[in-house]
Design a protein around this ligand. Sequence first.
Ligand code: ADP
Length: 761
Amino acid sequence: MNILVVDATHLYRDILQQALSHYADVRVELALSQQEARELVARETFHFFVISGQLPDGDGIELAKTLRSEGKAKVEPIVLLTSSASSGMAAQAVLSGVTELFRKQDIDELLRFMRHYVELLQPMRCRILYVEDARDQRALLETQLRAWGMTVDAFASADEAWLAFEANDYDLVLCDVVLGGHMTGTRLINRIRRLPLPKGGTPVLAVTAFDNPLRRIELFQLGVDDYVQKPILAEEIRARLHNLLSRKRAVERSEMLLAATALGVVVVGPDGIIVSMDDNSVEMFRPRTQTMRGQPLSVLLPEERNPDLLGQLMQRVMAGERISGLKAMGLNGEGEYFPVELTMVEISSGDGVRHFALLARDITEEQALATYLTRASEAAERAEQMKTAFLANMSHEIRTPLNAVIGMAHVLSRTDLDDAQKKYVGHIDAAGQHLLGLITNVLDLSKIEAGRLELESIPVAVENIVCEVLSMIADQAAEKGLEVRIGELDSPSGLVGDPVRLRQALLNYVSNAIKFTAEGSIDVRVVAQEVSDDAALLRFEVADTGIGISAAAMDEIFSAFRQADNSTTRRYGGSGLGLAITRQVAELMGGEAGVSSTLGEGSLFWFTVLLKRGATLAARQVTPLPSTESAEVVLARDYAGFRCLLVEDEIVNRQVAEAILTRINCEIDTANDGREAIDMARRNDYALILMDMLMPNMGGLEAAQGIRLLPGCEKVPIIALTANAFAYEKQRCLDAGMNDFVSKPIRPEVLFETMLRCLAG
Ligand code: ADP
């Protein structure tokens, strides 16, 4: 295809060349003046002209007129490019044979316009059925059609053509209307139209010698899409064929897209009767009969599995609604039900009857996957619940006897013992404490890993935490002759977080530092790295002068059950859980944990936590524990002789608790179960009640609820004693009306602090 640009500059030629460069056969020539243009068209044929309104030797309209009159551009488009187009000029241009006027700034629009023409002249790849009984005319047009790139099956009679049409797939039918033989062209056209889709929709271009418009109306009534009149103009027939084919291609493209979506399309009439089914829907429903045309939709979507569905569906689409995402049960030809998702819209049929397209999507696999996922997550949830229940049980089972061991060792240590006996009791106590530490750690880690560790959000006094930790390890440090120093303690006021977990994280570091340091010192410091009005990022550091850690082991030791090397357990004991817990706690609090160390010289363990700010901490804030009086001293002095009810069924546990309580000079009554407890609370006036949870006859929760109903007992402090260390247990105690909670084995200082808090509050 040759394009001629007539303009005094190179600009438009270059733009067109660039824009049309991907069409192999498009050539853009430039003429700088009218004169040059005349010379060029005398030598070559051009298929498209772009002429500038203003040329050095005249105006563009003039040139257009000449091209048309001299036959250099008969049907070829001539486009005039102007800087400004007045309506007068436009009219004159059209009269002079200009096809279209474009302003120079609308070059994009011009390019789109040109591309359309270029497409028109591209080879037409299609298969066409051509029927013409006049041999010469047939031969002539056949040659022309082939020259345009078409595959042509040409026939002289409608009978032959009909057989060929039935046997093959054609993109288009080109048919003379008047044919010799017993079947006319019009009959052939009408027969084609009466076929079911998609064959019945094949475009038909009629060729006719009628110049009577009434006969042409008849042709359209028979179902032709377009017609050309004899004698045939090649350009005209080409343009008409092109239009019909591009419309057919557009329909095919959307059908292909639909087929690719695996949506089955069933077309139904207003009565719910099936008109047609596409390949996808046939594959989906696998009908037993050749055609489902004329059958009710309920064959595919049976009423018994879709009660009231079809009636409502038809009613809604008839009212103009577009339905989508409707779930239903489809039935295939083999009698199997399968889940489908339906969309239904009205489509125009063109014949005045309302038609509706039902788009069905087979969702069997999707549903199976959803069911599988639900089941899997339910199973995981169940397993998680079982694990939690198991841990709670184990915790209870191990802590109860351990409580007895540690408690009795405690009681025993306060009796008159000789040195050897004292040593044995010390061993029992140490072993018990060790086991208790281990089970607490294992439980903590499982809770963290199961995402069940709920962090508290209560006021945090960092100084208190550091002092508490140091007082806990003071004896061990002194025993080994290690100096423990508090360095910087830089923390902003009003912090909120979980002090118990913070203390645990720091204690793990400090106890390790003592464990792995033979001589020297341990330095603890806290630095506020970032502080805003809402939050503070704190860094806790514990530095020691101990054995240090090799670079290779540094990555490992923060994983659960990992130690620096195999000799560690033998030499130092331990389970490898402490650091894992510290890291997890730090991460739960929005921070991280790490270490830097030199083997043989010492280590610096650190963790960071992000704490919220906002609590108004009054006096509690800076009161390091070692300087305050212990709860035991305060209870013994300020609350001496108060009456306490101890409810506990296990004799050993009762003795342990009694032994602890004797230290604070209180008067103790005991009850063996919940019923006895209620009875005694009714008859006596207690300042405080300690309540075991699991007891025969009546458990702690029920007893607490019972006691709360007694006149005068609405406020008496009740503290739960339980071996179940989980947070929800604490919640259950509080829900039952108890005031606080102490976990077993009872640590005297914790019990005393809790009692003091309840009595003072
Ligand atoms: P455990 O101390 O019970 O073995 P941890 O998780 O607390 O478990 O520590 C894991 C390992 O990290 C220890 O076994 C030890 O090898 C190493 N480690 C921890 N702290 C120190 C330290 N301060 N100095 C040297 N090695 C340490």
